[in-house]
Design a protein around this ligand. Structure first.
Ligand code: IPE
Ligand code: IPE
Ligand code: MG
Length: 253
């Protein structure tokens, strides 16, 4: 858990969470198949991961495939799965060499055994790295996450390990994905849509939101710098008044 002081400090976000949207439109604009947009999107992922590692950001969470993306044409779904596998195949060693620790969140049971093995390998191989935490959300949905936490609470109650009167926010929080990492400070969505699309619902409660019309394949280090710059002008209040926050920040100096 972050301290209050850490949460109020907007000089640099500790955790950035991104909805990487706009691959399809990027390709369509160029009269290319959507697949080319997804391929271009992978290149952006590489650049942004490198940027976050070099800027010593602690956590980068990327929404790669939502629990609703299965609704896409089956050719596109299978292309995304193949691209996901081949990207992991080529990138895991490089991430490992760069001291990056990979985590996956989402329901992985829906994936092929081959893909599940790759995911597990990525997590195991990078387990001891203490640089950037790269969280990939695949077959992830914020509602799924809350549902899983609810099941876990029900189980604990049934086993007599938890009293109903002890169910509080902390009991829920610690059962959600990435409970051991700081909550997102900055949320970025590319592609122009202004919605959360079932991403980290619980975790985004007090995250600073940033929307940009740039399509994901066009997003780059400069765009990231702009988003971080914008974040640094925000005042996080968490329900307090602006005056209270100014006083708290003043006392820190
Ligand atoms: C985001 O780009 C990538 C995934 C959802 C996998 P889109 O494929 O949603 O691109 P647009 O929104 O159609 O342009
Ligand atoms: C959100 O993008 C999911 C990912 C980027 C993985 P979508 O393109 O699926 O979102 P909607 O359908 O426009 O809300
Ligand atoms: Mg989209």
């Amino acid at each position: 858990m972050q301290t209050e002081v850490e949460l109020l400090n907007t000089s640099k976000p500790r955790h950035i969470a991104i909805i990487m949207d706009g691959n399809g439109r990027w390709a369509q604009k160029r009269l290319l198949p959507r697949a080319m947009g997804h391929r271009a999107g992978v290149k952006t992922v590489r650049k942004i991961v490198e940027f976050c590692a070099s800027e010593e950001i602690e956590v980068l969470t990327l929404f790669a495939f939502s629990s609703e993306n299965w609704r896409r044409p089956k050719e596109e779904v299978s292309l995304l799965m193949n691209l996901f596998f081949s990207t992991l195949q080529t990138e895991i060693d490089r991430l490992d060499r760069n001291n990056i620790r990979i985590h996956f969140i989402g329901d992985r049971s829906a994936f092929s055994e081959k893909l599940q093995n790759k995911i597990n390998q990525g997590e195991n191989q990078t387990r001891n790295n203490d640089g950037l935490n790269l969280v990939i959300a695949v077959n992830y949905g914020g509602r799924w996450d809350i549902k899983e936490a609810t099941k876990s609470i029900a189980e604990s109650v049934m086993l007599g390990q938890l009293q109903i009167s002890d169910i509080n926010e902390e009991a829920i929080r610690k059962r959600l994905s990435i409970a051991d990492l700081p909550e997102p400070d900055l949320f970025i969505r590319t592609g122009g849509e202004k919605r959360i699309s079932n991403f980290l619902l619980w975790h985004l409660a007090y995250t600073e939101l940033y929307f940009t019309p740039e399509l994901w394949p066009d997003f780059d280090k400069e765009s990231m710098k702009k988003a971080i710059e914008d974040f640094s002008t925000r005042q996080r209040r968490f329900g307090h008044t602006g005056e209270q926050i100014n006083n708290k920040l003043q006392n820190l100096k």
